[in-house]
Design a protein around this ligand. Structure first.
Ligand code: SAM
Length: 230
């Protein structure tokens, strides 16, 4: 059986590239975005009642990781990128039908727009469906996953002399919690697990419309070097 699906909306996200997006939602509460609903769902009727809900499930398309050939095994970054696992044992982006799912906080509901935080979604992500989080059914107290039993360890994030004032200035301009966003995302240590970079190597990523650059003065420590307009 084949079935065609169509997006109900598109996410406008703080994340402009895949690098440095947290591996799951909720790891960076300051990661915000807007889900812009598409016709006919852009009318108030489609979201009536949603203001009573704190979190929603988003089912979405990994639109920048779609592949023609199905993979049976994948190499999740969490396992260092050199150990393969059955695709259904992982939350990897390369998967049959390219479907992802994330629980995100619903900060506001407007006709045609949902205001979101704690997202792990790239800008432009097509959303296929939205469902309210139902705590009694969705929160399973005795659930276990031996491969991912806890959130990844956070690493220390320090600010270089100029970088913090720069980040604060852009945060004011954008009216966004940019300092927290940078700290929360970089604390997840975006570099691939197997990479031990020399201290002089500079990494960068675009959040909103700013470029953030950092390096690793020690293997488990990040220093933010600058936050400038991209
Ligand atoms: N929470 C979702 C899930 O479990 O299905 C996503 C988990 S996946 C491991 C998270 C990663 O997906 C992020 O770190 C980001 O790099 C990537 N990502 C987010 N949106 C994407 C998109 N639209 N296309 C391709 N990759 C995306």
């Amino acid at each position: 059986m084949q079935h065609t699906v169509a997006p109900v909306g598109i996410v406008r996200s703080c994340f402009k590239e895949k690098f440095a997006i947290p591996r799951q939602p909720q790891l960076a509460p300051a990661a915000r975005g807007v889900l812009e609903l598409l016709p006919p769902f852009d009318q108030g009727d489609a979201v009536e009642g949603l203001e009573q809900v704190s979190h929603v499930w988003l089912l979405f398309l990994f639109h920048q990781a779609l592949e023609d050939k199905p993979r049976l095994k994948v190499r999740p970054p969490r396992l260092g990128g050199n150990k393969s696992m059955g695709v259904f044992a992982t939350r990897a982006t390369h998967r049959p039908n390219g479907i992802g799912q994330s629980v995100v906080r619903l900060e506001g509901v407007e006709p045609g727009r949902l205001l979101l935080s704690g997202i792990d979604l790239l800008d432009g992500t097509p959303v296929l469906d939205i469902k309210p989080y139902v705590p009694y059914a969705d929160c399973i107290a005795d659930a276990s996953n031996q491969m991912a039993s806890a959130a990844p360890d956070a690493i220390a994030v320090q600010w270089g002399d100029n970088a913090l004032p720069q980040a604060r200035e852009h945060a004011l301009r954008l009216a966004e919690p940019l300092v927290e966003l940078i700290e929360q995302c970089l604390a997840q240590d975006p570099r691939p697990a197997y990479q031990v970079p020399p201290a002089e190597r500079v990494y960068g990523v675009k959040f909103w419309d700013v470029q953030v650059r950092w390096h690793y003065p020690q293997p488990e420590m990040i220093r933010v070097l600058e936050v400038v307009l991209a």
